[in-house]
Design a protein around this ligand. Sequence first.
Ligand code: GAR
Length: 214
Amino acid sequence: MLNIGVLASGRGSNFQAIIDNIGTGYIKAKIVVLISDNANAYALERAKNHGIETLVLKPKDFPDKDSYYSRIAKELKSRDAGLVVMAGFMRVAGSALIREFPNKIINIHPALLPSFPGLHGQKQAVDYGVKISGCTVHFVDEGVDTGPVIIQAAVPVYDNDTEESLSERILKQEHKIFPFAIKLFSEGRLSVHGRKVIINSEREGAAIINPPLV
Ligand code: GAR
């Protein structure tokens, strides 16, 4: 069974969605550790409520970015993680982590990449005046939200939307596509060809996938 290590900085609603989808058996995997860069993250409470080991590692306690991400990689390796999930981890992953988990780190971003990478993707969409936004699950590479796209969901942007109202609409979709992407990964159904991620729907006679778009 796949061991998953989760990185989260805050509220952890995506983390909770993963926990719940493992609980129902939709995803067959085990979360072996939650690592947070923020001792006050509510995600830590969620982990404790579900008996998941937690670890707080703050960048300021390390001499540089490389040693910080080397330590995170070491903690994940020692727990035999086969997938690293960035669930609202508000930092750009360092190369010391990425090279240890090639195409094994995934992130959720609250915009339709390559539009609006970085922080506050929902505010960027409202300010820009786009009519459609959404969320993206992607593999993590060395850039900021530039890795190969696994799955996306689109939502409308209304004239009276605020950052908050759009965030809420996008979050509902995040809670669907993130567990879906993790399920696909755990079943070995994702293959990366350059920038493209192919979803294999034939394996063991699996049904054709209907991505949960709005
Ligand atoms: C989510 O909207 C996620 O997409 C976003 O932070 C929120 C975390 O919410 N991530 C980023 O912006 C990463 N650049 P959560 O803690 O409730 O899952």
